[in-house]
Design a protein around this ligand. Sequence first.
Ligand code: RIB
Ligand code: CA
Length: 324
Amino acid sequence: ITEVQTVRKFIIDTDVGGDDAAALVMALREPSIEILGITTLGGNVPIENTTKNALQAVEECGRDVPVYMGCAKPLMRDLITADNVHGKDGMGDCGLIHPTRKPEKMHAVEFILETVAANPDEVEIVALGPVSNIALAIMKDRETMKKVKHIWSMGTSGFGAGNITPVAEFNVFVDAESYSVMLNSGIPMTIAGFDLCLGDAAFTPDELDELMISPLGRFIAEGNRVKLGFNEKLTGIPFVDLPDAVAMAAALYPEVVTEAITAHCYCCTKETATYGQVIIYDIAKPFSVKYDIPETFTKVVKSIDPALFKARLKKSLGINSEWR
Ligand code: RIB
Ligand code: CA
């Protein structure tokens, strides 16, 4: 008897900057899944921009997926943005963003709760930005959110250094209180940290130019070009990292993940210097000192196959090996 493959159902929560757009295209161009909706919030750039960018990505892919606006700012703090990394509009400031459609009237948090309640134990949420929308949904209706099948989070610095402070990664740092609520919710969750998108998983200037041979490739290459300069200023080397696309690949294509561990994760919210740091307690390493870490279990990706990741991304951009 052939096993009935149920179609996977996703909600993508995102602060669309260049790398979120790459992740959205991967999902929108994956015919085997259903995207129930895209929810936006302030993050890389203000929510007006992240929402326009999400609408544009949907339009570029010719899909009819609704977009819902959520939190303009974190729960307890002022919004910090990353327009120095993505450009003022979040997509390279090169005239890519002119959506014809509008977002839905319903608030993102209402949409998430309504959709999870209507599809118990089926909805997978891919969180590509700060998690204020998800935390608010949990605080509003914890019982319903317990019916989320899985949360895939691009967040934390993983097993590497922070990118907005020495120990914190941007998505967590923008709203660490929300990240802590999500970590402690007990919802099954996999974290793809910032460390995964560096090294061989990053795109060289030539690799970025190679994407220009298709319309979607051009949309993503141009939308991420500002990052070449940002990284060159920061490290002396021009490259484009796409952390959200790595997280989406891990969610859509399990074979991209080569190693993952199970951990108790603790998100620091109290002390300024460590605000947004996520401490990963690998349960296979019984540390003798265990201060008040939550007894929740989170999968943390330790490594991916960079070549497979790039192949999956290029395929979604309409660029496959025959093109070379
Ligand atoms: O730290 C990287 C993350 O912050 C990515 O999701 C990027 O889009 C920004 O949101
Ligand atoms: Ca993002």
